[in-house]
Design a protein around this ligand. Structure first.
Ligand SMILES: [Zn+2]
Ligand SMILES: [Zn+2]
Length: 244
C-alpha cells in the first residue's frame, strides 16, 4: 500500500461519524471531530486583527485602525493573511502535538477548525491553488513529515483545489525560529526559497500552521511574486504575536 492510498484511507476514517471523545473535556463530541462543539466554540478567535497580516491588534487600537504598525510602515510581498484563530493555549497544545509528537491526524482537526472558523473572515476568496510552505529536506528527515503539507492536503480536498508542493522548494536549511526576535527571524529565512518550475497560477494560498512575525511566508511570497504570481494569500491555522 503506497503513501497516497494510506492517506486516503486515513481521511475516510477521519471523516466518518463515529463516537469520539473530546480531547479537552473528554465528553462525547457528537460530531466527526476530536473536539466537542462547546470546546470549539470556546477557542479564541482572532477577530480584532490587522486587515493585512492578521496580527492581533491592541485593545485600545482595534476600533480606530485596520492595519497594524508593521503593515503601515513596511511593504510585504504577501497580499493578505487569513488566520481565524489565536495561538492561545488550546491551539498551542494541538499544534505542538501535531509537530513535535507526530500526531499527524491532528492536521485534519486543525484544518477543519480553520474551515469552520473561516466563516468569520471578511473578503475570504478561494485561490487557484494551495501551496504548503515547503520544508528543507534536512528538517523533513528529522521530523518525518511537513505539517504544512498535511494541512494543505485537507484544504485542497475540502475546497477542491490543486495542491502544489513540488514547484516552490526550500533551498536553505534554517534554524528553528522559536526564541528569535523579528530581525533575527528575517535574516534567518533570507534566500531560503526558490521556484523549481514556473507556476501556472496567478492567485495562490500559502499554507502554514503558525505565524509570528511572518518572515517565513513573506520570503516565500517574495519568490512567488518575482516569478509572476499576482496574488499571494496566506492561510494560517493560528496567529501568534511575538509576545506570546
Ligand atoms: Zn470538549
Ligand atoms: Zn499588519
Amino acid at each position: 500500500m503506497n503513501y497516497s492510498t494510506v492517506w486516503q484511507k486515513a481521511c475516510t476514517q477521519i471523516t466518518q461519524v463515529i463516537p469520539r471523545h473530546c480531547l479537552f473535556c473528554l465528553e462525547k463530541t457528537h460530531n466527526h471531530l476530536e473536539l466537542c462543539n462547546p470546546c470549539i466554540a470556546a477557542l479564541s478567535l482572532n477577530k480584532d486583527c490587522c486587515h493585512r497580516c492578521a496580527s492581533p491588534l491592541e485593545t485600545s487600537l482595534k476600533q480606530s485602525i485596520s492595519l497594524c504598525g508593521n503593515c503601515l510602515s513596511h511593504n510585504y510581498y504577501y497580499d493578505r493573511v487569513y488566520s481565524p484563530l489565536l495561538y492561545a493555549e488550546e491551539m498551542r497544545y494541538l499544534i505542538k502535538k501535531l509537530k513535535y509528537q507526530k500526531k499527524i491526524h491532528y492536521a485534519s482537526l486543525l484544518s477543519q477548525l480553520f474551515i469552520q472558523k473561516s466563516h468569520h473572515l471578511k473578503n475570504f476568496y478561494l485561490p487557484q491553488a494551495i501551496l504548503p510552505v515547503p520544508m528543507h529536506t534536512k528538517r523533513l528527515r528529522q521530523r518525518g513529515f511537513n505539517q504544512a503539507l498535511e494541512l494543505g492536503r485537507f484544504f485542497a480536498s475540502h475546497y477542491q483545489l490543486p495542491l502544489n508542493y513540488s514547484h516552490l522548494i526550500r533551498i536553505r536549511h534554517t534554524n528553528l525560529q522559536a526564541g528569535m526576535n523579528a530581525k533575527e527571524r528575517q535574516k534567518n529565512v533570507q534566500q531560503a526559497f526558490s521556484l523549481k518550475h514556473a507556476l501556472p497560477y496567478e492567485h495562490v494560498a500559502l499554507i502554514d500552521d503558525v505565524m509570528t512575525t511572518g518572515s517565513t511566508v513573506n520570503e516565500a511570497a517574495k519568490v512567488l511574486k518575482q516569478n509572476g504570481v499576482k496574488q499571494v494569500d496566506v492561510w494560517i491555522i493560528a496567529r501568534a504575536g511575538l509576545k506570546i
